[in-house]
Design a protein around this ligand. Structure first.
Ligand code: FES
Length: 113
């Protein structure tokens, strides 16, 4: 039997590993993210954002590192204050927080050629 998923708009991965940030600061980011998604009405429906934690995203400096798909936007140095901006401006408003982006796949989410 194949599982069925509810529709969702974006998927956010948060590194909770110990190399890219002191004291695995991504764990606090991941925990706060749940509260912010709830507050902003992004837990259900077509604008739903799935969140996942990862033990490492392969960057390992300048973290915590956060990635948002399908845009393929990678954020570095994500503090609790920056997380709030990412949720409100990017996840809800659709505007990437450009000054905190350290990498991106491309405008369509496809890998650059
Ligand atoms: S430990 Fe965070 S990117 Fe590797």
């Amino acid at each position: 039997m194949m599982p069925e998923l509810e529709p969702y708009r974006r998927h956010m991965l948060v590194c909770t590993g110990g190399f890219c940030s002191d004291n695995r600061a991504g764990r606090a980011i991941y925990a706060r993210l749940a509260l912010l998604l709830q507050r902003e009405g992004l837990l259900f429906g077509p604008t739903r954002v799935k969140r996942s934690e990862a033990p490492c995203l392969g960057v390992c400096v300048g973290g915590p590192i956060v990635v948002v798909y399908p845009e393929g936007v990678w954020y570095a140095g994500v503090s609790l204050e920056l997380l709030e901006r990412i949720v409100v401006e990017h996840l809800k408003g659709g505007r990437v927080v450009d000054e905190a982006v350290c990498h991106r796949l491309g405008p369509t989410g496809a890998a650059p050629e």
